[in-house]
Design a protein around this ligand. Structure first.
Ligand code: PGA
Length: 250
């Protein structure tokens, strides 16, 4: 049995006051949840204060990105060592907004994944096709390439700890969710490819999250699918009540 994960990606949102208010409300709403790994990924500037607020709670901390070097002359970047230092256990890598707006290639994502593991951070690797790619019947090709290049060269011992987030770009922030059948089809494909690349044990162990307009209204049907092990939530993670409801999917 794979333990479910619900992760909140705050993106570029949250001053110190907003962040504190959200976390204080959230930790109270989810305090009795035991069967789900709950993760939040606030912006870098509030990680430190939130880390302190999360001590003794069931909520874990993630960053939204990092650079692959540990230190050096890389103005504006944040390293895995810094993320560990501030209390992060996870890091989101290769989000489509990073790939699209900041020119992140699968090669960069691969370097970041290896660097995250080397620093004892668990990577949440995002993959997903655009609307044009889906309409051109390229979804499976895109997913296979992103998966193969992103996870290339990883030992099985590490590969089984990767968290994959399938996020169709056309469903992100659009209110347009993939149907449970569409999502399950791609999740099953991803698990099949993990089996081809790394074998059965890795394929069975890896948790595959769905992301793209997950809300309280659609989480239950998405989570009813065999290969959907959790969700990566953007917009709906900015309200304590809606994120808590998603964490408490049925
Ligand atoms: P959304 O974002 O839930 O706002 O669609 C999901 C994501 O980009 O991780």
């Amino acid at each position: 049995m794979r333990r479910p994960i619900v992760a909140g990606n705050w993106k570029l949102n949250g001053t110190l006051d907003d962040a504190e208010e959200l976390v204080v409300a959230l930790k109270n709403l989810v305090k009795d949840v035991e069967k789900v790994d709950i993760i939040i990924a606030p912006p870098f500037t509030v990680l430190s204060i939130i880390s302190a607020l999360l001590i003794g709670t069931n909520i874990k901390l993630a960053a939204q990105n990092m650079y692959f070097e540990n230190s050096g002359a890389y103005t504006g970047e944040v390293s895995p060592v810094m993320l560990k230092d501030v209390g992060c256990e996870y890091v989101i890598l290769g989000h489509s907004e990073r790939r699209g707006y900041f020119a992140e290639t699968s090669d960069i994502v691969n370097k970041k994944i290896k660097s995250a593991f080397a620093n004892d951070l668990t990577p949440i690797m995002c993959i997903g096709e655009s609307l044009e790619q889906r309409e051109a019947d390229l979804t499976f090709n895109v997913i296979e390439t992103q998966l193969k290049e992103g996870l290339g060269g990883l030992e099985n011992e590490l590969a089984k700890n990767v968290i994959v987030a399938y996020e169709p770009i056309w469903a992100i922030g659009t209110g347009k969710t993939a149907t449970k059948e569409q999502a399950q089809e791609v999740h099953a494909f991803i698990r099949g490819k993990l089996n081809d690349f790394f074998g059965k044990d890795v394929a069975n162990a890896v948790r595959i999250l769905y992301g793209g307009s997950v809300k309280p209204e659609n989480v239950d049907e998405l989570m009813s699918q065999k290969d959907i092990d959790g969700s990566l939530v953007g917009g709906a993670s900015l309200k304590a009540e809606s994120f808590a409801r998603i964490v408490k999917f049925q």
